[in-house]
Design a protein around this ligand. Structure first.
Ligand SMILES: [Zn+2]
Ligand SMILES: [Zn+2]
Length: 271
């Protein structure tokens, strides 16, 4: 059984056909998913997914790319994090990819927003879902400074260097790999994945974006996460079942999610 540790099922292209997506997940043995929040405005819909389905959980946070949306205060995040089935703070972090002509100095608002999320993670004890793009130095520096050695979580949709992975692992973070791992031009990332210990790896789709090969360019879905697992297994010289088991166990440990009741087929495997 596979877990999609990061997807955006509240986005219209997925939300409008959620029953179909859940059926596809079941057929692909993807038994659980973490629904990621990107604005406070969106939170009620994300949260309803988690409370309405016993195999979905959710996060609360405001994505660094989102401008012109409600700016979250510490209280906004802490209050929502206390609701049932909210298991993470994020996605949050820094993204200097779309500066739109601004200097890094002018992106101070993004760094402040990230700090508010880290404070919320410390206040609630929940892990952070970190998004970083073209900003790894600042992301790591702020995590070190604001996190006081206590913040934990995951660097999601990892596309950074081995040095950044090492620094994230040293901070106690997990590394999550997406469909990018299957892209033909991602040899550098595959080399990073070979080096990250399996007990610190997660897998995700980041649906509706970044569909893995052979679906690249199409709308992504949690049902495709086994393709990420298969790629990771090939890199680790492990079986897909081992990667599925390890990434599910990591997911449960990091987000405090209970192991599902043993199914009949698992019992057969044990017998
Ligand atoms: Zn992201
Ligand atoms: Zn995302």
């Amino acid at each position: 059984m596979f877990v999609d540790s990061h997807c955006h099922l509240s986005f219209p292209e997925l939300h409008d056909r959620i029953d179909r997506i859940r059926a596809d997940m079941a057929a692909a043995q993807v038994d659980r998913a973490l629904c990621i929040c990107t604005t406070l405005e969106e939170f009620p819909r994300v949260h309803a997914l988690a409370t309405g389905h016993d195999n979905f959980w959710c996060s609360v946070g405001v994505h660094p790319d989102n401008e012109g949306v409600a700016e979250p205060t510490l209280a906004d995040l802490v209050e929502r994090a206390a609701l049932p089935r909210v298991v993470a703070i994020g996605e949050t972090g820094l993204d200097y990819f779309r500066l739109n002509g601004r200097s890094l100095e002018q992106m101070a608002w993004q760094r402040e927003r990230f700090r508010v999320h880290i404070r919320a993670a410390l206040a609630t004890g929940l892990p952070l879902v970190v998004h970083t793009r073209n900003a790894s130095d600042d992301t790591l520096a702020i995590l070190r400074e604001e996190g006081q050695g206590r913040a934990r979580g995951v660097f999601h949709c990892f596309t950074e260097t081995a040095a950044v992975a090492e620094a994230a692992l040293e901070l106690g973070f997990h590394i999550s790999f997406s469909g990018i791992l299957t892209f033909r031009n991602a040899e550098d990332l595959r080399e990073v994945a070979r080096q990250v210990p399996l007990d610190r790896c997660l897998i995700e789709t980041d649906s509706p974006y970044l569909a893995p090969a052979p679906y690249r360019g199409k709308t992504n879905s949690p049902a495709y996460v086994p393709h990420v697992a298969a790629q990771l297994a090939a890199l680790k010289g492990a079986s897909v079942a081992e990667v599925a088991w390890a990434t599910s166990a990591n997911f449960e440990r990091l987000f405090g999610i209970p192991h599902p009741p043993t199914t009949e087929s698992e019992n057969e495997n044990l017998a």
